[in-house]
Ligand binder design. Structure first.
Ligand code: AN7
Length: 353
């Protein structure tokens, strides 16, 4: 039976006797070796498939902690702003914990699968005529005035739960990692991983901490450009964020880990997205592919140390965004009658079998 992260990592988390042991079976996601990608960049690349969490994204690690604490503190409702995955995760854990859930989203910029999830889990969805940054601002104000628990990553419990991914990577790999590559949107994830690796180092679970490499979408690259982006833009809607809430923590992670935060174009993200499915058999969502896009960009510039052990975090499942998937294929499906002759002709048209 899955006992979840709050049980497994109780001693490393702010879990007390009063904390409900909430779980949907989050964590313990696969770490898969990517042969072709490793060949391409002359390093050892492992993909951390966070899209295999219960709601299909990495958010479940932090959300289980945040919702459990909200429940422990007697809250009856949670609220978040979201580009989609946070809302799906909050809605699921709120449902499990018996809390109401309100989600405020940028209208028209949340991928279909994420929207469907939040709705089916029974959250109250409130779309705004504005972007994620505006949505976050308004929910922060509201949660200060009313007894509704804010479960965005500005809630410190989110980073606490999220940091468990760092412990898990060490356990799965059985050795230290040189570089961790991941997408950056609101910058909670990179901050949480760094916290996790530092704590793992303190308790001698690891003998050295990795360099943190974060990648923003070029049209939303606030940290790279060192300025707030008023109108962030990228087809990777999950990271369409122009004023990351954990900006300072992400910069700290970059400095302390001697890492880097760089940007990748939509075209580079799309190439990585297609490469992962065509060559590695992995279907992730566009934002997730930015971590691989970033690795390829750095390899092209000769900045990937040869033979390095790299973990690239694929934050969300490809099924979250079927619209982008179908657009990337750009193929109309025409049914045939289904008789064998016609099928044989079609199959042998392009290749000798
Ligand atoms: C697939 O759901 O911000 O840098 O509201 O969904 O920790 O924000 C999602 C972000 C990367 C960026 N990959 O992580 C939200 C939200 C995926 C994401 C990120 C998100 P952070």
């Amino acid at each position: 039976m899955s006992q979840g992260l709050l049980h497994k990592y109780a001693s490393l988390l702010p879990v007390t006797d009063q904390t409900p042991r909430l779980t949907l079976g989050e964590g313990a996601t696969p770490l898969v070796y990517a042969e072709k990608l490793s060949d391409r960049i002359q390093a050892h690349v492992y993909l951390k498939l966070e899209g295999l969490n219960p709601t299909g994204s990495f958010k479940d690690r932090g959300m289980v902690m945040a919702v459990a604490k909200a429940k422990e503190e007697g809250a009856s409702a949670v609220i978040c702003a979201s580009t989609g995955n946070t809302s799906a995760s909050a809605a699921a854990y709120a449902s499990k914990a018996g809390l109401s859930c309100f989600v405020v989203i940028p209208h028209g910029y949340v991928a279909l699968g994420k929207l469907a999830q939040a709705m089916v889990y029974g959250a109250d969805i409130i779309p705004i005529k504005g972007n994620f940054d505006q949505a976050l601002q308004v929910v922060r104000q509201l949660s200060e005035k009313h007894p509704i628990s804010l479960v965005n990553s500005v809630n410190p419990y989110r980073l606490e739960g999220q940091k468990t991914a760092a412990f898990e990577i060490r356990e799965q790999l059985g050795r230290d990692v040189d570089i961790v590559a991941l997408p950056v949107g609101n910058a909670g994830n990179i901050s949480a991983y760094w916290k996790g690796f530092k704590e793992a180092h303190q308790v001698q679970m690891i003998s050295k901490t990795p360099h943190m490499w974060g990648f923003e979408a070029e049209g939303a690259a606030a940290i790279v450009k060192n300025k707030v982006i008023e109108n962030p833009d990228t087809f990777a809607t999950a990271i369409r964020i122009g004023n990351p809430a954990s900006w300072d923590l992400a910069v700290q992670a970059r400095e302390e880990s001697q890492g880097d935060i760089d940007d990748v174009t939509d075209e580079q993200i799309r190439e990585a997205y297609e490469l992962l499915s065509a060559e590695e058999g992995i279907f992730c969502e566009p934002a997730s592919a930015s971590s691989v896009a970033g690795l390829l960009k750095k390899a092209n510039k000769g900045q990937v140390p040869e033979g390095a052990t790299i973990v690239s975090v694929l934050t969300g499942n490809g099924l979250k965004d079927p619209t982008t998937a179908m657009d990337s294929i750009n193929q109309e499906l025409e049914p045939i009658s289904g008789d064998e002759e016609e099928l044989t002709k079609l199959i042998f048209k392009h290749q000798e079998v």
